[in-house]
Design a protein around this ligand. Structure first.
Ligand SMILES: Cc1ncc(COP(=O)(O)O)c(C=O)c1O
Length: 358
């Protein structure tokens, strides 16, 4: 079969070698002659995976285990929308949010259920095509929540807000895609299923000194401190999702870490946007300075040619290029494991489309 170029927005493409190792572990994990799926999560072999995965996260982020805890939880990033305010927002405190799209909107909705929530800025009036930059950040907030990459609308923070307030970030769709000063964040969370692994586990990295200060009694499963104490094994963890995340983290480390990833991702997005900007048949939908490196959203300048473009994409084995159902158009998701070659196949189809129909 010809190679499929996988531009899925999530669950997204994973490295081939990770998929191969993961499939082997389903049959025979760690030479135990048992499947990863049929052994205790408290076995020495899995305990080692969990410990190494947590250490790799800190290593890739350049953070210290003295200051930060790494958790692999369940419930998706969507559960973090609620867990974050439950754990970080004191009864009489204020949580601040920036509304940059559907995921931020959902995070705000959950925070409002917990306590006082202020939306400091929003790009909703422009259909979330940009990242707001000019707004005041009050001194007395308990945290500022942002969404580093807006998977649906194709925008991304390229610089983070300057503030002394605790920064909380939903990095679900650009985690480990570039270098950054991770120590600027008090809490980072990310569903695994875009840049880190399969669906089923959510990474949380939290600064320990922020916890236990709300005065609130928390349901057990929603309390970060319970999961910290249990080493992310208070209850049965999603072993397969964590194992594949571990393999992907190892792949990242062994392939030049975030510095190399950033270089490759930079080249991919430059290749793609250069084509969008020079090809009269296409138009990018996000404000150029806020364009996402991970999810490039675009439309045809002649929507009547949609069927013809779709046929050419299909012919080139390009998969899952459709925009999110709420916005339409197209979206090229270029997560870490997507090779530059796939982007080049896409841009050559775009060129050919212009020659044929322009
Ligand atoms: C930025 C962002 N946050 C949150 C979510 C929701 O994640 P989950 O499906 O793991 O709850 C998504 C899913 O696509 C996302 O892209």
């Amino acid at each position: 079969m010809a190679k499929v170029h996988n531009f899925s927005a999530g669950p997204g493409i994973l490295p081939q070698e990770v998929l191969k190792q993961a499939s082997e572990a389903v049959l025979n994990f760690d030479n135990l002659d048992l499947s990863l799926l049929e052994i205790s999560h408290r076995s020495a072999s899995f305990e080692r995976v969990m410990a190494e995965a947590r250490a790799l996260v800190l290593e890739l982020m350049g953070l210290s285990a003295n200051e930060y805890e790494v958790l692999f939880l369940q419930g998706g990033a969507s559960t973090q929308f609620y867990m974050v305010p439950l754990n970080l927002l004191p009864q009489n405190g204020t949580a601040a949010y920036v509304n940059t799209g559907e995921w931020a909107r959902r995070a705000i909705k959950e925070a409002k259920l917990v306590g006082n929530t202020k939306v400091l800025a929003s790009s909703e009036e422009e259909n979330f095509t940009y990242i707001p930059k000019e707004y005041d950040i009050p001194a007395d907030i308990d945290y500022l929540h942002i969404t580093s990459n807006n998977t649906i609308f194709g925008t991304q923070y390229h610089t983070f807000p300057e503030t002394t307030a605790t920064l909380v970030c939903d990095m679900s769709s650009d985690i480990f895609s570039r270098r950054m000063d991770f120590s600027r964040f008090g809490l980072i969370y990310a569903g695994a299923q875009k840049n880190m692994g399969p669906a089923g586990t959510t990474l949380v990295v939290v600064r320990k000194d922020l916890l236990g200060k709300t005065g609130r009694t928390l349901p057990t499963m929603l309390d970060y401190q319970v999961h910290i104490k249990g080493g992310s094994m208070y209850n049965t963890p999603p072993v397969f999702a964590i194992y594949v995340s571990y393999l992907t983290l190892l792949w990242l480390k062994n392939n030049g870490g975030l510095e190399h990833m950033e270089k490759v991702n930079r080249e991919k997005q430059e290749t793609f946007y250069a084509e969008v900007d020079s090809n009269p048949m296409f138009k990018g939908t996000a404000n150029p300075e806020d364009r996402s490196w991970m999810n490039a959203t675009f439309v045809l300048t002649q929507p009547a040619l949609d069927e013809q473009f779709a046929a050419m994409i299909k012919e080139a084995n390009i998969s899952q290029l459709k925009g999110h159902r709420s916005v339409g158009g197209y979206r090229a998701s270029m997560y870490n494991a997507l090779p530059l070659e796939s982007v080049k196949v896409l841009t050559s189809v775009m060129k050919e489309f212009a020659v044929k129909f322009g």
